[in-house]
Each structure stands twice: as structure tokens, then as C-alpha cells.
Design a protein around this ligand. Structure first.
Ligand code: GLY
Ligand code: MN
Ligand code: MN
Length: 480
């Protein structure tokens, strides 16, 4: 959307066209009608103070931005089932704009954003009762915005006080979250284009980090590289390609730190002979990417590292083969777990004399000693994106809960073209009695972003090598 003078210099480029947002609002209005009517209220995220007069970098609410393309704080969208839309946003204010940047202002909003109407957000508490009056239900995202339910209650109380004048207050409050999640789960062509772009930038950043390490250890084989130096390479690559920020805190884990699942890049020294695990992805124009690679600091896997690496890669291949339209989202996890469990038995990480064969390892979940997380999640505007994982319309059946128990729950939902998932198996070996020492402190995860296509899936993050020999070749080629 062309919106010269956007609120932040260098902010989003509005690569989605205005009619994309209008179309989404029309589809949400249709969903409201299909669900019995009612009016929807969607605030954006609040600005958050860091300290004193410093705020954290502002990040809009994903659903609000999905429906408006508007990235200023202190804004609300109200959508009637007729499709009429009202934006409440900050009024123009030349004095504040000198400090904080240009504001769009309500007068310019309809032309810029395609909304039917706009007004000053300072009038929120007087305008909202007017907009809600006469509707049978008010929809808003439950459990997302602190104090929103209290605000809605306040507007309803205002309306009820006018009931003797014939004003009707909505009698029902309904959760808008599932309607928005269903829409956001199926990505449109413009969203997939942005996600491919984001994944390509992130893949380039991972490749840059590998080349950087390769060059450093070639120049000084006995030296070391600090995790934060590698993180800086990632950030450099994200920003120089126009991504606004990382989509989540970058994990850069040297050696044993890779066995800490949510380790943040710190200052540990990475040394020759160790693996480096990077889980990092950029956010581009509101869309996340999420890639993990594990590579040898000095560009050469040790035999023990390579054995485990190839098992994890085979597990990811199995997960990708299970990711296709009509397959259940959970099938990728089951496929990966089977390969990982067999690999744990083959390498002696698990002793078949105590844990039995691969079926027994899966049934008891003994593999969780070395693989304790799921194999993927929805990806979109949020790195762990919205979307129901279960097929709630189907009858519950007994299923493994991944912890060694059978539980009664609906089946996992079926994949459809346009859904995007991550595929991220791993093996993490903490020193423990009975675990072969040659594998101690090796942590490996391989993660790619998969778009479900008509026939299978497309891995959109493979701009960085994944095969061990190709990683070694890239690191040898080295200079950046
Ligand atoms: N980077 C977060 C995750 O992989 O789920
Ligand atoms: Mn992930
Ligand atoms: Mn990740």
C-alpha cells in the first residue's frame, strides 16, 4: 500500500496492496454473518515502556495488521457484519510528530486504508457504545489484550443504561480469536510471496554465519568465535535486506549450549571441534521465518556429530514426506520420531536391552530423553502462528500424547494447500550414565519452513545448505 510518510522511517513497505486488506475485512464480515451476526472489535498492540521515556520497539498486533495494514500504536478496528469498517486512530499532532514520526490521522485513513470511516481514538469510550448499539453480539479476541474484556463491559454498561430509550446492547460476547485464526491459517498468494522472501533473507543470514565461521577458523584454527559475533552477522544480513527485525530472539548456541532449547545468543566461545546451533529468522513486513541449522565451527563434522546429524536430517526428510494435503499435521511428528527413535537405538544412545525395539521406544516415549519437543508449528505473522491444531469437528479417539500416555482427544487437523508449518526435528545429548560419551553435549536441530502445496510441500528456506557435505563445502569456500 502506498502510504508516503508512514509512521516510522524505514518501517514496513506495505508490500501487500490495499485491496488485500479490504478483501480480508470483507471475508471476516462474511464469517460474522455466517456465525449469526454481531460486530467485531480488534485493538492493535499497546506500546510498551522499557524504562523512563524509552519504549520497546513497537510491534503491531498481528491480527489487527492483517486486517488493516496499519502499523501505528493506539488504534482500533471495528467491523460490522455489513462490512462497514471504522478505524479509530491517533489524531494528527504536529508537536508529537516532531518527536515520534508522522501520524496518518483519521482524516486521511479512509483513502489510505480503504476503511469506511475513521475517527480520533481519544473518543473511543464515547464512540464504541454508538458502534455497538443494535448488534446482538460483540466479538473480540479473548485472552489476548489485557483489560479488553473490562473495556467492553464498560461500553455495554453504558448502553444498558440507555435501554429505556430503546437502545439495544449486545447480549452476547463472543471470541473472535478462532475466526481470525482460521483465516490466518490459510495463507493467500501475497502472504506466501512475503514468507518466501522472508525465508530467503533468513537462509542468506544462516549461510553468511557459516561462511563467517569457516573463514575465522581457517585464519586461526586454534582461535574461537563468540556467539554474539555470529548473532551480529545474522542481524546484519536481516537488516541489509530490509527485514525489520528478528521474528524471535536469535538462538546462537556454541557446543553444549545447543542442548538448552531456548538458549539466547550469549558470549560463549565457539571452538574448533564443536557444533554451533543457530535458530534464527527475520520478520519481514509482519511475516516470520524460522530456520535452524547446526554446523561444525571449523567446517568439518566429527564422525560422532555426523552420525547424529544424518539421523536428524533423515527425520526431517520423513517429516517433509508426511506433509501434504489431506495428511494430519501430527503425522510429520510421528514420522520424524520413528526415524529418530531408530537412530537412537542404532547409535546406542538408547539401549535396546532396556527400552526394547523402535515401537516400544515410541510407545513409552523413551526417545524424549534426547528429543523432547514437537516437530513443527504453524508459521505466519507470528512465529508460533495462530490456528487450531486439532480437528475439533471430529469425534475424540485414543491417541498418544507424546509423553508415553494415551489420551482421548480429537484427531490432528488435516493439512490444506496454503498452510505453512515448520519441520524441526532434533537430538540433544546431555551427559548421563549409560549414554555413549562420544555423543555428550552434541545438540542438533534442523528446521525448515514448509508451504503445503497441491501435491506435497515446498521447503521455502532451503537457500542455505542442509546436507552435511554441502555445509562443509560452503564453509570451505568461506569468504563473505
Ligand atoms: N524458533 C522457535 C521455534 O523454532 O519454535
Ligand atoms: Mn520453529
Ligand atoms: Mn526455530
Amino acid at each position: 500500500m502506498a502510504r508516503p510518510g508512514a509512521s516510522r522511517a524505514g518501517g514496513p513497505r506495505y508490500s501487500e496492496a490495499m485491496n488485500v486488506f479490504s478483501d480480508r475485512r470483507a471475508r471476516l464480515a462474511q464469517a460474522l454473518r455466517a456465525a449469526g451476526g454481531g460486530i467485531a472489535v480488534i485493538p492493535t498492540a499497546p506500546a510498551r515502556q522499557r524504562n523512563s521515556d524509552n519504549d520497546h520497539p513497537y510491534r503491531h498486533d498481528s491480527s489487527f495488521h492483517y486486517l488493516t495494514g496499519f502499523d501505528e500504536p493506539n488504534a482500533w478496528l471495528v467491523l460490522a457484519p455489513s462490512g462497514e469498517s471504522t478505524l479509530l486512530c491517533r489524531e494528527k499532532d504536529p508537536a508529537h510528530e516532531i518527536w515520534d514520526g508522522v501520524r496518518l490521522g483519521p482524516a486521511a485513513a479512509p483513502a489510505a486504508l480503504g476503511v469506511s470511516d475513521a475517527c480520533d481514538v481519544a473518543t473511543l469510550d464515547s464512540v464504541m457504545p454508538e458502534l455497538l448499539a443494535g448488534h446482538g453480539a460483540v466479538w473480540f479476541p479473548f485472552g489476548v489484550h489485557a483489560a479488553l474484556a473490562t473495556q467492553v463491559d464498560g461500553w455495554l454498561a453504558t448502553l444498558r443504561a440507555r435501554s429505556r430509550r430503546g437502545v439495544q446492547a449486545p447480549a452476547n460476547q463472543r471470541d473472535l480469536g478462532p475466526l481470525l485464526a482460521e483465516m490466518r491459517l490459510r495463507k493467500g498468494a501475497e502472504e506466501l510471496a512475503l514468507m518466501r522472501h522472508a525465508a530467503g533473507i533468513s537462509a542468506g543470514a544462516h549461510a553468511r554465519a557459516m561462511r563467517f565461521c569457516g573463514a575465522r577458523f581457517r585464519a586461526a584454527p586454534q582461535g574461537s568465535v563468540r556467539e554474539y559475533e555470529i548473532e551480529a552477522e545474522l542481524l546484519h544480513e536481516f537488516r541489509r535486506h530490509g527485514a525489520q527485525s528478528p521474528a524471535y530472539p536469535s538462538i546462537v548456541a556454541a557446543g553444549a549450549n545447543a542442548c538448552i532449547l531456548h538458549y539466547a545468543a550469549g558470549n560463549t566461545e565457539l571452538r574448533a571441534g564443536e557444533l554451533c546451533l543457530i535458530d534464527a529468522g527475520c520478520e519481514l513486513d509482519g511475516y516470520a521465518s524460522d530456520i535452524t541449522r547446526s554446523f561444525p565451527a571449523d567446517g568439518r563434522f566429527t564422525p560422532a556429530q555426523r552420525e547424529l546429524y544424518d539421523i536428524v536430517l533423515a527425520a526431517q526428510d520423513a517429516a517433509a514426506a508426511a506433509t501434504r494435503p489431506g495428511a494430519r499435521q501430527r503425522e510429520a511428528h510421528h514420522a520424524a520420531v520413528r526415524v529418530l527413535a531408530q537412530g537412537m537405538l542404532d547409535t546406542g544412545l538408547l539401549d535396546s536391552k532396556s527400552v526394547g525395539n523402535v515401537d516400544a521406544v515410541i510407545e513409552s516415549a523413551a526417545y524424549r530423553q534426547f528429543y523432547m519437543h514437537g516437530t513443527g508449528h504453524w508459521l505466519g505473522r507470528d512465529v508460533h502462528d495462530v490456528g487450531e491444531y486439532l480437528s475439533l469437528g471430529e469425534a475424540p479417539t485414543d491417541q498418544p500424547d507424546g509423553l508415553g500416555n494415551q489420551v482421548l482427544m480429537p484427531p490432528s487437523r488435516q493439512l490444506e494447500p496454503g498452510m505453512v508449518v515448520t519441520l524441526e526435528p532434533g537430538i540433544y545429548v546431555r551427559p548421563a550414565p549409560g549414554v555413549p560419551e562420544r555423543y555428550w553435549n552434541i545438540g542438533i536441530r534442523i528446521e525448515d519452513d514448509a508451504v503445503v502445496t497441491e501435491t506435497g510441500c515446498e521447503l521455502i528456506s532451503r537457500g542455505v545448505p542442509v546436507a552435511a557435505t554441502e555445509i562443509e563445502r560452503l564453509m570451505r569456500e568461506g569468504s563473505r
